[in-house]
Write a protein of this length. Structure first.
Length: 233
């Protein structure tokens, strides 16, 4: 039984749309972030926009755990595709997540390995993954949903060589700037998580789709997906 679900969104318009569908009981400001606590179709939820980058994302997740006692975290947002089979507009559901910019190779560690931790690869919850994939296939029939590794770093990837290096080192499906930090915070707090990403570009500077057009559809797909997930949990 899930008592309270934390939903971390990336896009302001996406968070606003979800907020408009919930019964807001309280708005709590913490670390310059607005946490909207209430119910969504009878389920207790807290919805928040974390801001960009791993630090914002990790702080946001810890606040959800400490102050709102969430049982699980769903993170939505956008990402760059690292695989040819994943088209712009498609959704990636995380199998696991890691930080591609964690680099302690000077101390003898492999890229991506966090020193003094038992693991650097954070596994997404199997039930949340299944619910997300099933929900996406049910409500977003105009796109494809993929399951694979999400990698995160504090950098926007638009250089093909950087993209190729990330793919070679980590065999990931997409790259973005928050998911792995949320995953690590969830892991440390022993709560389940899943990362859901709408693909906005190919992470190589070749984007040809108008961003405002993409964003409108991405928000629609993300909101449809989260809505269906909440009803299924």
């Amino acid at each position: 039984m899930m008592n309270c679900l934390g939903i971390i969104g990336a896009m302001e318009v996406e968070v606003n749309t979800l907020k408009s569908r919930m019964e807001i009981e309280e708005v709590v400001m913490k670390a310059s972030m607005a946490f909207y606590k209430g119910s969504y179709k009878g389920k207790k939820v807290v919805i928040v926009r974390s801001g960009v980058g791993k630090v914002n994302a990790a702080i946001c997740t810890q606040i959800l755990v400490d102050c709102f006692h969430v049982d699980a975290v769903i993170n939505t947002g956008i990402a760059g595709s690292l695989q040819a089979k994943i088209d712009i507009g498609d959704i990636v559901v995380s199998t696991d997540a890691l930080q591609h910019d964690m680099d302690a190779t000077g101390f003898g560690y492999e890229k991506g390995v966090i020193p003094q931790m038992d693991t650097s690869v954070f596994i997404a919850d199997e039930k949340l993954r299944k619910v997300a994939k099933d929900a996406c296939e049910r409500v977003n029939m105009d796109i494809h949903v993929h399951e694979g590794r999400v990698v995160s770093g504090d950098q926007f990837i638009s250089d093909k060589k950087v993209k190729d290096d990330i793919l070679k080192n980590f065999d990931a499906y997409c790259t973005e700037m928050e998911g792995a930090a949320i995953a690590q915070a969830a892991f440390l707090n022993k709560i389940p998580f899943v990362i859901i990403r709408a693909i906005s570009d190919k992470a190589d500077g070749s984007a040809s789709v108008d961003y405002s057009t993409f964003e409108t559809k991405a928000v629609e797909h993300s909101v449809n997906l989260v809505d269906a997930m909440i009803q299924s949990l």
